[in-house]
Design a protein around this ligand. Structure first.
Ligand code: SAM
Ligand code: SF4
Length: 318
């Protein structure tokens, strides 16, 4: 079992399979040029699998594939199948912008994927295009429908930004409710790459807007990053508030980047490469690095007013 210095059990790895993306979201990578690391710098699926087997053997129960946009990496379903075959009980999930989901949802489900989180920031085509800097809405909505249709458990993620999409909170909530899927509103996390001037909407403001129309109660906190709320008719929605004092108390995750860096916390720049150990097939060394990362996981992130993370979300997988 992997336990950090603050007694948190680490049983969840988020794996960024590529830093590339076909969107240029204003809160994530608005200005990133299309020049990327050479392919040899990226871990192959086989190399990632070697490491993940080790992590699974050490007690990891949940793996989320993310990016960049994970569906840009070829043969993702084959990677899902490798993980599923190694441990069918693994909680295998994906986070995607949804653009290619119509094409891949069925294949991924058949390969063993259980859950998918899809980013949906607006239901208005022009606002979705302003946020992603590309005309995306129609394809994303088709992707959501396909994921539901093939039987994946779907959640929607919305980054709420003042003056951009905060007037759509109720519309998005009602869309998700109608589709029978959970939506989670995420507080924008300040970072150096985002467009300057984006203002986050505090979780309290989001809840206030919802409470003008609906009554709801907070559910007991589990160890996910979200707080969940139940409406009178039983519909559940969530809020992710990384700026909250309690956010890190139940953190159970570490991250692996496509280049082979293990990252103990999204906010901090510390990272430890497992690439050399894995390429030399030195599993003992890789296990040592994994334990060091867990041991050095900080107690708290540092997302606070006036402090901007220099970590890029598309490398770490958000
Ligand atoms: N491309 C995929 C997507 O957009 O879902 C997966 C990668 S993306 C980096 C993972 C998550 O991070 C998305 O839900 C995205 O909305 C969120 N994210 C990215 N930048 C963020 C920021 N500055 N603040 C809050 N959430 C952010
Ligand atoms: Fe791409 Fe996801 Fe970042 Fe948007 S949030 S730019 S879709 S990686």
């Amino acid at each position: 079992m992997l336990v950090d210095s603050f007694n948190r059990v680490i049983d969840y790895i988020r794996v960024s399979v590529t830093s590339r993306c076909n969107f240029r979201c204003i809160y994530c990578m608005p200005n990133t040029p299309f020049e990327w690391d050479p392919k040899e710098n990226i871990l192959s699926y086989e190399e990632m699998f070697e490491f993940l087997k080790l992590a699974i053997d050490e007690g990891v129960k949940k793996i989320r594939l993310t990016g960049g946009e994970p569906l840009l990496r070829k043969d993702l379903d084959k990677f899902v199948k490798m993980l599923y075959d190694y441990k069918p009980s693994l909680d295998l999930a994906l986070t995607t912008n949804g653009y290619y989901l119509k094409e891949y949802a069925k294949k991924l489900k058949e390969a063993g994927l259980k859950r998918v989180n899809i980013s949906l920031d607006s239901l208005r085509p022009e606002i979705a295009a302003k946020i992603a800097q590309k005309d995306v809405l129609e394809k994303v909505l088709e992707g959501i429908d396909e994921a539901i249709k093939v039987g994946l458990k779907v959640k929607l993620n919305t980054v709420v930004m003042k003056g951009i999409n905060d007037d759509e909170i109720l519309d998005l909530l009602e869309y998700a409710k109608k589709k029978g899927v959970i939506i989670r509103f995420i507080e924008f996390m300040e970072n150096e790459r985002a467009y300057p001037g984006i203002k986050r909407v505090e979780s309290s403001e989001i809840l206030k807007k919802i409470s003008k129309k609906y009554k709801f109660t907070e559910l007991p906190k589990d160890n996910s990053a979200s707080k969940y709320f139940k409406m009178e008719d039983g519909y559940v929605f969530g809020i992710i508030e990384p700026h909250n004092e309690d956010f890190c108390k139940s953190c159970n995750r570490i991250r692996l980047t496509a280049e082979g860096y293990l990252i103990p916390c999204l906010f901090f720049t510390e990272s430890y490469s497992i690439k050399e150990a894995i390429r030399k097939k030195d599993i003992k060394k890789a296990a040592e690095i994994l334990r060091d990362v867990v041991k050095n996981k900080p107690e708290k992130n540092d997302w606070q007013e006036d402090k901007i993370s220099d970590r890029a979300f598309w490398e770490t997988g958000g």
